[in-house]
Design a protein around this ligand. Structure first.
Ligand code: IMP
Length: 464
C-alpha cells in the first residue's frame, strides 16, 4: 500500500517550471490555437476513437489557456503519457493540468477512484518534483474502487474465457455496478467512520459471497478494508470538496475550464461497441452528469483522433490490420498500453467512427495525432463507410457489433514517404499529407485545427 501524505515540502515548485518550460520548447502561449482563443470560456477534450488517441498531449498543450482541468468519468483504467523535456509522465487518474503549477485539477463525481492508486500517482508526481497540494481537488460524490471490485473484474474476465472484454483489470466495471446498484462507497463516506463501517460490512459480505461461491476465489477481510479506507480518507481529506458546487463557482467567476475525457467514444457504455466498452459515458454528455455542469457551459468540443486507429481489448474493429502494415503501425507508433502494457490492435483510419463521434459529441474541431507514424507507407487507405448486408453505413451501426460483419469501403491515398516528424507548419507538410488531412476534415465536417507530428509539445501544427 502507498503511504501518501499530501503535505508538500516547500521549494518543490522551483523544479517544476524547469520541467514544464524547457528552453527548447516553444512557449505555451504561442501554441494556442487561434480558434480556441476566439471561442468562449470552456472546452471539452474527448477521445473520438477507442481511446489512446493522445489526449494527454493535447490537454497539456491547450492547458495554458485554461484555469481548471476537470475529469468527468473513468478511473485509473485511463493512461495519459505526457512528455516534458526528457521526462515521461504516465498519468492515470490525475489530469495532465497537474504538470502546470498554476492550474487547478478536479476529479469529478462521475469518476471511480481507487484511493490507493491515487496516492501512488501523487507520490510519483511528487518524486518527480511536482507540486500536488491544493491544486488537486476530489469530488466528494465520486465513487471508490475497493479491492473486491478489482478481484471480481479479474475473476469475471477469467471465467468469460474467449468472450472476455479484455478490461484493464482495475475494477472499473464492478465499481460502476456498485454505484448504479446504489451500494457504492463514495469519497465522502471515507470521512465518516460509522457510515464507512456499515457500508463496507454490507457490500464486502455480498461481494465475498460472489467471489467465493461463483468464482471460487479468495475473500476479503472487511476490517482490513475499513482500516485502509479510513486512513485513505484521513490523508485525502484536505482535497475533498463538493466538486459540483466548486466547478460551477469557478465557471461563474469567469475561470476557463477544460473538461478532460478519458478513453474514447467507441468505449462509451451507451454509444460504443457494447459490451466491449468501458462502464462510463465517455462522450461529451458525460461532462454534464460527471461534473454537474450544464450543457450551456460547454462551449467548444475538441475531438482527439489518431491519424490511424487502435484499440485494446476485444470487440469489433472493422479496419483492423493483422498483417505487416498493422505491425508497422504498432512498432512505429509504439502502440502498447500505458496502463497494462498490452500490444494495441492497429488499423487504418475509420471515418464512420469519426463521423459518429462528431454526431454524438458535437465535435467542433479535431486534433489529429501521430500523423508522422504514417510517413513510410506507399499507400494509405481510409475507411469511408461500411457495407453491412448490402447496405452502406457512413456512421457506426451498433446492430452489427454482435456479429462483427462490417465490410469497410476504402479510399486509398498516396503515401508521402517523407519524414513529417516535428513539422510545425501545415505548409511544410508534403502535399500527400495535406490531402490526407483535408479529406478527413471534408468528410467529418469538423475543422482539423491541430496536427501532432511527434510526442513533444513543440512537435505540433496549429492551424487555427
Ligand atoms: P475497463 O475500462 O477496464 O473496464 O475496460 C473495458 C474496455 O475498455 C477494455 O477493452 C479496455 O481495454 C478498454 N479501455 C479502458 N480504458 C482504456 C484506455 O484508457 N484506453 C484504451 N482502452 C481502454
Amino acid at each position: 500500500m502507498t503511504d501518501g501524505g499530501l503535505q508538500m515540502a516547500d521549494g518543490k515548485n522551483a523544479g517544476l517550471s524547469a520541467i514544464c518550460h524547457p528552453p527548447s520548447a516553444i512557449p505555451c502561449a504561442s501554441l494556442r490555437a487561434p480558434k480556441m482563443r476566439d471561442k468562449a470560456q470552456n472546452a471539452a477534450v474527448i477521445g473520438a476513437q477507442w481511446g489512446d488517441e493522445g489526449k494527454g498531449k493535447i490537454v497539456d498543450l491547450l492547458c495554458e489557456s485554461f484555469d481548471v482541468v476537470a475529469r468527468y468519468q473513468g478511473g485509473h483504467n485511463a493512461g495519459h503519457t505526457v512528455k516534458f523535456a526528457d521526462k515521461h509522465f504516465a498519468l492515470r487518474l490525475i489530469p495532465s493540468g497537474i504538470l502546470h503549477p498554476d492550474k487547478l485539477c478536479l476529479l469529478g463525481n462521475g469518476m471511480v477512484i481507487d484511493p490507493d492508486a491515487l496516492l501512488e500517482e501523487i507520490g510519483k508526481l511528487r518524486e518527480a518534483g511536482l507540486r500536488v497540494e491544493e491544486n488537486l481537488l476530489i469530488s466528494d460524490s465520486a465513487h471508490c474502487i475497493l479491492p473486491y471490485h478489482k478481484a471480481i473484474d479479474l475473476a469475471r474476465e477469467e471465467a468469460a474465457g474467449a468472450g472476455k472484454i479484455g478490461t484493464t483489470g482495475r475494477g472499473i466495471g464492478p465499481a460502476y455496478e456498485s454505484k448504479v446498484g446504489r451500494y457504492g462507497i463514495r469519497i465522502a463516506d471515507l470521512l465518516d467512520p460509522a457510515v464507512l463501517r456499515q457500508k463496507i460490512d454490507f457490500t464486502c459480505a455480498e461481494r465475498n459471497a460472489v467471489l467465493k461461491n461463483v468464482y471460487g476465489k479468495e475473500t476479503f477481510d472487511p476490517n482490513r478494508i475499513f482500516d485502509d479506507y479510513l486512513r485513505f480518507g484521513e490523508v485525502l481529506a484536505p482535497r475533498i470538496i463538493n466538486g459540483t458546487i466548486w466547478i460551477n463557482e469557478q465557471i461563474r467567476a469567469g475561470k476557463r475550464v477544460m473538461f478532460e475525457g478519458a478513453q474514447g467514444m467507441m468505449l462509451d457504455i451507451d454509444h460504443g461497441t457494447y459490451p466491449f466498452v468501458t462502464s462510463s459515458n465517455t462522450v461529451v454528455g458525460g461532462v454534464c452528469t460527471g461534473l454537474g455542469v450544464a450543457p450551456k457551459h460547454i462551449h467548444n468540443v475538441i475531438g482527439v483522433a489518431k491519424a490511424y486507429t487502435t484499440r485494446v481489448g476485444g470487440g469489433a474493429f472493422p479496419t483492423e490490420l493483422n498483417d505487416a502494415h498493422g505491425e508497422h503501425l504498432r512498432a512505429r507508433g509504439n502502440e502498447f498500453g500505458t496502463v497494462t502494457g498490452r500490444p494495441r490492435r492497429t488499423g487504418w483510419l475509420d471515418l464512420a467512427v469519426l463521423r459518429t463521434s462528431v454526431t454524438i459529441s458535437g465535435i467542433d474541431e479535431f486534433a489529429l495525432t501521430k500523423l508522422d507514424v504514417l510517413d513510410e507507407f506507399d499507400e494509405i487507405p481510409i475507411c469511408t463507410a461500411y457495407n453491412v448486408h448490402g447496405k452502406t453505413w457512413n456512421t457506426f451501426p451498433a446492430f452489427a457489433v454482435a456479429h462483427d460483419d462490417y465490410r469497410p469501403e476504402y479510399r486509398t491515398f498516396k503515401g508521402w514517404k517523407t519524414p513529417t516528424v516535428g513539422i510545425t507548419s501545415f505548409d511544410d507538410l508534403p502535399q500527400a499529407a495535406k490531402d490526407y488531412v483535408q479529406f478527413i476534415q471534408d468528410e467529418t465536417e469538423a475543422h482539423v485545427s491541430i496536427v501532432s507530428t511527434g510526442p513533444r509539445r513543440e512537435e505540433t501544427i496549429l492551424r487555427g
